[in-house]
Design a binder for this molecule. Sequence first.
Ligand SMILES: Cc1ncc(COP(=O)(O)O)c(C=O)c1O
Length: 373
Amino acid sequence: MDIAPFKLERFFVPYEFSARYLLGSSDCETLAIRDLLAYEPDAAEQFLDLRLGYTESQGAPDLRAEIAGLYETIAPEQVLVFAGAEEAIFTFMNAALRAGDHIIVHAPGYQSLYEVARANGCDVSLWTAREEDGWSLDLDWLRDNLRPTTRAVAVNCPHNPTGYLMDAATQRALADLLAERGILLFSDEVYRGLEHDPADQLPAACDLFEGAVSLGVMSKTYGLAGLRIGWLATRDRALFERLVAFKDYTTICNSGPSEFLSTLALRHRDAIVARNLDIIRRNLDTLDAFFAAHADRFDWQRPRAGSTAFPRVRGEASAEAFCIDLVERQGVMLLPSTCFFYDDRHFRLGYGRANLPEALAQFELYLQSRMPR
Ligand SMILES: Cc1ncc(COP(=O)(O)O)c(C=O)c1O
């Protein structure tokens, strides 16, 4: 397989573990193992007694039961657990698609959602969001671009990097269109649960029709990326069997300690998500004030969901050069839009971390030093 470098990951490499402030990360504030174990009185003892043999390939039954509880129509047998969302994407793109198939993918977005298919010889069309319309997706465009060979459409809502959330009527129309044509919907829902107003939460795609696949993960909404636990949920039995068979060639089964801790975290998901949403709402208020004070330098649209936004930077020749200068001089990392193959005028800003106010204070110092008023 000849696959292009993952641009965002390559950009992270020199800075992710050395920059003082990660202001471009997409995950929520993490927890220590100790914090998770404290949720239940006997959890620490059980964790210490866990034996470290191979685990069930499909995922631990109690973990799959917790995951199924996130959906309306999904049974534990319709959940397949992976090493993070990334393995789940890789598996879907290999198991569901063949060379020559056409796939339409929401853009700008997470590169593996289109790069894996492209590397496997699929024909990829990008369904590019309209910035002027709050990063919305145009269903008419999709309808006009479906082909007889279109096998799947991949969308990501809440969206990384823009924070866009589709409205329920558009989601329903999308599901109906694809169900009618026998096209799979790959729905990357790794930020689901981070709707800033919980009333905005969309149904999970896997609950809408049989040919839909929902992708979830512990990394973003729950802030537990180091567990490397993600999953796919679908009622499409034939597809499910192909996913299961492909996984025998990637990780075979999951890390037992991670499954244990993920199951525990999901049992206490309401508390974990409430804490993360609290951080997000406070950070968004801070960001509103910051961007109001710098309205001449940035265009800011407050997102409705997720933990990332995609502001536009004004008066700079290159967002990438701006981000590199910021991290090298002030230790604050943002991700330029070039990492998403989308112009050189935007940057991704992450607001799920508790130290955002400190990071923003450093950003402010940088702006003062660089662009005196
Ligand atoms: C939209 C989207 N999908 C999938 C992933 C991959 O998640 P993980 O790193 O947990 O595998 C990410 C991570 O940034 C993401 O933003």
